[in-house]
Ligand binder design. Structure first.
Ligand code: CAA
Length: 389
């Protein structure tokens, strides 16, 4: 029996900032953002989209009535949850009308939460092979206006439907993980913007990658030659490349070229969206699967997850026969094309508004025609969500 990813859904709000325009406004050479950091656009969530509505939107895209009936586990991995106590997954579970005979929870560990959810779901499905599990990574990445992290913000959600005998990626059973208490990125309880030791976070990301990659090699005997591609958590697209380059010398020249070519395909969506923290690795996977014409069923993909603070994990999976039938690349081309560009002034105004609490009684309208669910405001201190029928 195999366990793995049966379907992948993605949602990002319909507005973005052009990073060349942002660079010019900040009096920075645009090439620093587009080449040095490797980002072109950055998704911006309107007030009416939060991690709950974005997560529900990502999942609604992929779930059939049969999938819904089989789901008995729902996990939301998020850094930017909307309540200090209640799991946002419970609201998503209600919005999607999923069975009450499900276990529903939220996991926090910076950008690692969705991977923790995926690994938990894998073990759960090994014991309950007839069930399906929904794992969502949903986040709004906020560092602050005019900070060095500003160019690495973003917003979006990825939903993974996991099952036995999956249609897209069957996960290999082993996994290698490494954890250490470090202060590279964190967000105090009273802050909506992250604190970060930027340079330290990039070296930690690479050091942790080398540790888990080597451990995985020792555990499984798999070498770089065994992977068609390695997908990375992408806080920005240059980051994964720096990690990949650390291990490339272990491969033949031909393999090195191949891995770098596949890497370009996995970065295409992230370049348009920015960092979505927990969903970022799985957005890279979706980008690779939707855009790479060289991949074939049976090929092995490596996955590197990194959550600051910090926990890292390396694992792998094999592409399944006919996996392309379960993807929808045209939908995502259109999703990106339909987005609206914000002026820098509009982006700054929206950013400032997001740092203020929603006024009691303030009613929010949906602003995104591609959204099925949106956040409608707060009544009696309870968050309200609405579905567009
Ligand atoms: N043309 C081309 N390239 C240029 C350039 C120009 N005119 N000017 C600068 N560059 C290059 C630099 O040489 C540098 O390249 P290398 O990294 O290859 O040396 C790159 O652009 C970035 O330049 P700086 O290092 O000077 O940039 P910075 O000081 O403004 O900080 C950053 C960059 C540390 C990534 C910052 O944006 C940041 O703190 N971001 C948030 C933290 C983050 O994303 N960390 C990643 C690892 S942690 C993680 O993965 C978890 C998570 O999601 C948060």
């Amino acid at each position: 029996m195999t366990i793995g990813i049966d379907k992948i859904g993605f949602y990002t709000p319909n507005q973005y900032v052009d990073l060349v325009e942002l660079a010019l406004k900040r009096r920075i050479d645009p090439a620093k953002f587009t080449i040095g950091i490797g980002q072109d656009k950055m998704a911006v969530a309107p007030l009416s989209q939060d991690v709950v509505s974005m997560g529900a939107n990502a999942a609604a895209k992929i779930l059939t009535p049969e999938d819904k009936a089989a789901i008995d586990l729902v996990i939301l991995g998020t850094e930017s949850g909307v309540d200090n106590s209640k799991a946002g997954a419970l609201i998503i579970h209600r919005l999607l009308k999923l069975p009450n005979t499900a276990r529903v929870l939220e996991i926090k560990e910076a950008c690692y939460g969705a991977t923790a959810g995926l690994q938990y779901a894998k073990l759960h499905l090994l014991q309950n092979p007839k069930a399906k599990a929904l794992v969502i990574g949903s986040d709004i990445a906020r560092y602050g206006l005019e900070t060095s992290g500003e160019v690495t913000q973003g917003a979006g959600a990825v939903a993974l439907l996991l099952s036995a005998e999956p249609h897209i990626l069957a996960l290999d059973l082993p996994s290698s993980y490494y954890s250490e208490d470090i202060d590279d990125f964190w967000r105090p309880l009273d802050q909506l913007t992250a604190e970060v030791d930027g340079k330290y976070s990039t070296t930690a990301y690479i050091e942790f990658f080398e540790k888990v990659f080597k451990d995985y090699q020792a555990k499984t005997g798999l070498t770089l030659e065994d992977y068609a591609a390695i997908t990375y958590h992408l806080p920005y697209t240059k980051m994964g490349l720096k990690a990949l380059k650390q291990v490339l010398p272990m491969a033949s020249d031909e393999k090195q070229t191949e891995l770098q070519q596949h890497y370009q395909q996995e970065t295409l969506y992230s370049r348009q969206v920015g960092n979505i923290y927990t969903g970022s690795l799985y957005l890279a996977l979706l980008s690779l699967l939707n855009n790479d014409r060289v991949l074939k069923p049976g090929m092995r993909i490596g996955l590197y997850s990194y959550g600051s603070g910090a926990v890292a994990e390396f694992f792998s999976g094999k592409l399944q026969p006919n996996y392309t039938k379960y993807l929808d690349p045209i939908y995502y081309l259109e999703l990106f094309e339909k987005r609206q560009k914000l002026t820098i002034a509009d982006y700054e105004a929206q950013f400032k508004a997001q740092l203020e609490p929603i006024a009691p009684g303030q009613v929010l309208e949906n602003q995104d025609p591609s959204a099925q669910f949106y956040f409608a405001g707060v009544v009696d201190k309870k968050r309200q969500y609405k579905e567009i029928k």
